[in-house]
Write a protein that binds this ligand. Sequence first.
Ligand SMILES: [Zn+2]
Length: 154
Amino acid sequence: MDFSIIISTWIVTAVVTAIVASSRGRNWFAWLIIGFCLSLLGIVLVALLPSVKTDESLRSHRVACPFCAEPILPQAKRCKHCGSDVVPAQDKIDSARNAAAKNIPEKRSDETQNDYIDRVVNTIGATRTGDTYEAFGTVYHSFGEMIKAVKKED
Ligand SMILES: [Zn+2]
């Protein structure tokens, strides 16, 4: 087989892996690298992994009514099952996010990037698992991604 065909097939599978990863809410750049290393196996792998929850999909999920525990939309102001007035779960998420956005500290010149990340994670009440961060019910694949989402004004 022509060497250039092998190379171009290799690049195409890596790019397809990155596109599939991106459409499933994952870090496309990391998956581009994985696609280069694993070729076709990368596509299979990313297709088998569950999609990452985004803010949009979070909005369509249901939360339990605090009075009757029946599932209601996070945006609901009144429970459709028991008729109770509720504070929308989405409002709680948004206000926690807004409060956190105001409290993100600046990096000090005498601290390492890693110490700074730990300090920010503690300050805004996020959790860190390796290179993954969870804040307000959403998983982020990088520190930068989480900070951008927390600072987002809507
Ligand atoms: Zn209810």
